[in-house]
Design a protein around this ligand. Structure first.
Ligand SMILES: Nc1nc2c(c(=O)[nH]1)N[C@H]1C(S)=C(S)[C@@H](COP(=O)(O)O)O[C@H]1N2
Ligand SMILES: [Mo]
Length: 355
């Protein structure tokens, strides 16, 4: 069982890139090192608002309480393990992924952690359905919001509406890629909320409140909202709380990239929180859009791999990738400014030097 945080071992330059401007330890996946469909645990990005807590599995408890439940209940890990198990492959992507491109586009910093493109990962999560856990405490029919809370120093917490909490793929995960949940990813239990921003997938669960009214925390009123001149505030939030992640894509190359001359194949991934990605198009040096080949594994709320052959001439190239999901939503050419720097999913011109 992991009981020591291993974030210190995440050396920038190998599987990870460091993230400037974050208030705590954060590390992003180095996308050029991806190979299999799933992100390996030791390359999965980490987003922590306070240091990784060390939690003893034997004494850990999950407290369920609030006026949206018939009764308050305290569960041990053993109690959770008696519920039906379920496994899902799901992406987790930070709402602030690609935030650094707001500075490039608008000349000023948005929000804090300046992610490049690597605040996304896909894992196989095994655990129990949140719906089954709530049922143990008797979910009332007039319950409105479910508030999972972490055991980290800041007690990170972000509410979910009851219908999302009850979704078939909203899990309390106890393992990741077949291993017990690593400390940095929420040991011993974390939420996994398919298709929504990463902040919904609360790590190190300790308490779940269910209420018959809307609930508000810092993380759905002052952060992880679309706020700024283009977005009407939804009081008491400073903007529009982020929920589903929009369609995005990337190339599995460093930024900027250097490649040897000669025939090659471009590889990348595309994801949409709304549903499957159905098309990935690539434009090289402002040339025509060409359809990339999509990989076999293509399920909702996880990424699809894509690839395209390329025979580059030596010199400087720009490669654009644009994904479209099954609802017909396509990546835009630009994203309007927002103060917290969330949901940047514009088509990027990836600089590649062929030598
Ligand atoms: N308790 C707790 N849960 C948390 C966070 C946190 O700081 N504390 N960060 C959230 C955010 S903003 C993201 S993007 C995801 C990142 O999950 P990961 O570190 O496993 O990649 O965890 C979410 N869950
Ligand atoms: Mo995040």
């Amino acid at each position: 069982m992991p009981d020591t945080p291993d974030l210190d071992k995440k050396t920038p330059g190998t599987a990870f890139l460091s993230v400037p401007g974050g208030e705590r330890a954060n590390a992003e996946t180095r996308l050029s090192r991806l190979s299999g469909y799933l992100t390996p645990i030791d390359a999965f990005y980490v987003r922590n608002h306070s240091p990784t807590p060390t939690i003893d599995a034997a004494s850990w408890r999950l407290r369920l309480e609030g006026d949206g439940l018939e009764r308050a209940v305290t569960l041990s890990l053993g109690d959770l393990q008696t519920l039906p198990r379920t496994t899902r492959i799901r992406a987790i992507e930070c709402a602030g992924n690609a935030r650094t491109f707001f500075e490039r586009d608008y000349g000023r910093l948005a929000g804090n952690a300046q992610w490049q493109r690597g605040a996304i990962g896909v894992a196989e999560w095994t655990g129990v359905r949140l719906a089954d856990v709530l049922a143990v405490a008797g979910l009332r029919s007039d319950a409105v919001d479910v508030l999972p809370e972490g055991l980290d120093a800041d007690r990170f917490s972000r509410p979910l509406p009851v219908d999302k909490a009850l979704a078939d793929d909203t899990l309390i995960a106890l393992s990741m890629n077949g291993e017990p949940l690593p400390a940095d990813h929420g040991f011993p239990a974390r939420l996994v909320v398919g298709g929504w921003l990463g902040a919904a997938s609360v790590k190190w669960l300790g308490r779940i409140e269910v209420a018959r009214r809307r609930l508000y925390t810092h993380w759905n009123t002052r952060d992880y909202t679309l706020a700024g001149p283009d977005y009407p505030a939804q009081a008491p939030a400073d903007g529009i709380p982020v929920t589903v992640m929009p369609v995005m894509s990337f190339i599995e190359l460093d930024w900027p990239a250097r490649l040897p001359a000669g025939p090659t194949r471009l590889h990348g991934r595309a994801f949409s929180g709304e549903g499957r990605v159905v098309q990935v198009a690539v434009s090289i040096d402002d040339g025509p859009w060409q359809d990339a080949t999509l990989g076999d594994i293509n399920q909702p709320a996880a990424w699809v791999c894509w690839s395209l052959p390329w025979q580059p001439e030596p010199g400087h190239h720009n490669i654009r990738v644009r994904a479209t999901d099954e609802k017909g939503q396509t990546q835009p050419d630009s994203v309007p400014w927002n103060d917290h720097g969330v949901l940047y999913n514009a088509v990027l011109a990836h600089p590649v030097e062929v030598v």
